[in-house]
Design a protein around this ligand. Structure first.
Ligand code: DGL
Length: 261
């Protein structure tokens, strides 16, 4: 199985892209809803929770792990990679490569949680590929709770999105990375506010392309993965609100188990 991990249910946007890209594969998803949000936590807490959760997924049979949470990918990728001798994919790296390829003037913006922004993980990865790129990032901590309240189409959210994007308009970016697993749900709103001339990078589809290409190249890994189009969803805390939003993100009826490490 391919294990997909997120702090909560935002990573279902990544799971959805993966299931569309490689529909035959079996997936196990774990969202740590009991301890989310991670975006306002310290690096130490994010790393500790992540290692416990990846161990949980590995014990349930994950042979490949996807870090679908940008906060986790920013802070804990090295710790997870150091501990496990298996393919680990983080949601940031493919987005960075795609942004650099897409951006005409190498003026790239990133929006994300406070923890992602403070880690400067995106900046470091972009500058490792192109030291001359101009990179601007902004934390938008209000967006996650608004989405979790299913307010992602409300005018109040539109106002906050506009405020979050203002610094990027001033800096004339030509490419914007949606650096949080939930922000894909705001794509239309962000598109309207940032304007047509800015390319939006959706990290979930970039990651799905990379995983698909990797499995095609690495038969020895591919052979370890079961392919019955099976999906197991586990959350560490389950409420009707979360269950409803999970169904909305995946656009299908879902059965979710409560559990965790
Ligand atoms: N999953 C987180 C991310 O992609 C957002 C939610 C949280 O802060 O836990 O950064």
């Amino acid at each position: 199985m391919i294990g997909v991990f997120d702090s909560g249910i935002g990573g279902l946007t990544v799971l959805k892209a993966l299931m569309e890209s490689i529909p035959d594969y079996d997936f196990i998803y774990f969202g740590d809803t009991a301890r989310a949000p991670y975006g306002s936590k310290s690096p130490k807490t994010v790393i500790t929770c992540t290692l416990q959760n990846i161990e949980f997924l590995v014990n349930l049979g994950a042979k490949v792990v996807v870090l679908a949470c940008h906060t986790v990918a920013s802070l804990a990728t090295d710790s997870v990679s150091a501990r496990y001798d298996m393919p680990i994919f983080d949601v940031i790296t493919p987005a960075v490569k795609h942004a650099i390829k897409t951006s005409r003037y190498q003026r790239i913006g990133i929006i994300g949680t406070r923890a992602t922004t403070m880690s400067a993980a995106y900046e470091k990865k972009i500058h490792a590929e192109n030291p001359n790129a101009k990179v601007y990032s902004a934390a938008c901590p209000l967006l996650v709770p608004l989405i979790e309240e299913s307010w992602h189409k409300k005018p109040e959210t539109r106002m906050i999105v506009k405020k979050c994007l203002h610094p990027f308009k001033v800096r004339q970016i030509d490419t914007l990375i949606l650096g949080c697993s939930y922000y894909g749900l705001l794509t239309r709103m962000i598109r309207t506010k940032i304007g047509k001339r800015v390319s939006l990078i959706d990290p979930s589809s970039c990651l799905a392309d990379v995983v698909k290409a990797f499995l095609a190249r690495h038969r020895e890994v591919d052979e370890l993965l079961s392919k019955n189009s099976y999906l197991r969803l586990i959350l560490s805390d389950l409420t009707p609100q979360i269950e409803k939003l999970a169904g909305t993100i995946l656009q299908r009826n879902v059965r979710i188990e409560a559990g965790g490490p």
